[in-house]
Ligand binder design. Sequence first.
Ligand SMILES: *[C@@H]1O[C@H](CO)[C@@H](O)[C@H](O)[C@H]1NC(C)=O
Ligand SMILES: *[C@@H]1O[C@H](CO)[C@@H](O)[C@H](O)[C@H]1NC(C)=O
Length: 291
Amino acid sequence: MASFRALPLAMFILAIAFHPGLADGTFSESMYFNWGAQHSSILGNGDDLQLVLDRTSGSGVQSKGAFLFGSIEMLIKLVPGNSAGTVTANYLSSTGTKHDEIDFEFLGNSSGQPYTIHTNIYTQGIGNREQQFRPWFDPTADFHNYTIHWNPTEVVWYIDGLPIRVFRNYQSEGIAYPNQQGMRIYSSLWNADNWATRGGLVKIDWNIAPFIARFRCFRARACQWDGPVSISQCASPTPANWWTSPTYRQLSYGKLGQMKWVRDNYMIYNYCKDTKRFNGQMPPECFKPQY
Ligand SMILES: *[C@@H]1O[C@H](CO)[C@@H](O)[C@H](O)[C@H]1NC(C)=O
Ligand SMILES: *[C@@H]1O[C@H](CO)[C@@H](O)[C@H](O)[C@H]1NC(C)=O
């Protein structure tokens, strides 16, 4: 009997103790420059970030906190004009040799040529899961919404609300999933002209530097991670843990249709189709439904 009466109280305390941290702040509250601060800036009311790449260096910010599951939103306006050789990135990453990472990267190009939107995911230190897309819009003309949804069931990459890629949790079948360690959020702009544009053929034109990428409305509705915690703590079904709610377990038919449209028309590289690269030994998740 006593334990029955104690239960609601215990649940209440648990709900408070593990209420997901909402890193809902601005750049100035939630992030700091880890690179190139001298020539980059946070503007406006702390919600506008400008990253600069010039001959001296690129630049980047990272979140103060680490997160385990959440929805990470960023509006980005990419380097306009001749951006060949530059890479703008927005990604989540943990540290160490068995790190997890979820990437959005944008490979610049010569004026009038299309950007490449590059995605990847590392689990327990293993990556090599690239999928690339062409934007169906001009990513330099305006801000677009690049969001990563990451919950215990799946990771979804979204652009302007359209899902473009899913990586589902098949841990029960021996495929590692990013659910063991917290990741920080990183945004950066750097020189990658040894590989980024047409495989490194097109170099940065320093005469037109500085290159500027703009970020705004950073939002992490995410579970704060403060060291090793059990997954059940982060995923406990308090009302605020929206990412475990049924609507986030699988994409709706409407969203699946949108994803098919993007992948049928704008996907330019899929590691799961690259049999030559993997010598016929395709990664196991390539044989599983990814939606
Ligand atoms: C960005 O996209 C995500 C995913 O579709 C959505 O939940 C969010 O409301 C969007 N944010 C903005 C500022 O448009
Ligand atoms: C740049 O444009 C060329 C020509 O259209 C294209 O082949 C290439 O994939 C584009 N993107 C990058 C990052 O090289």
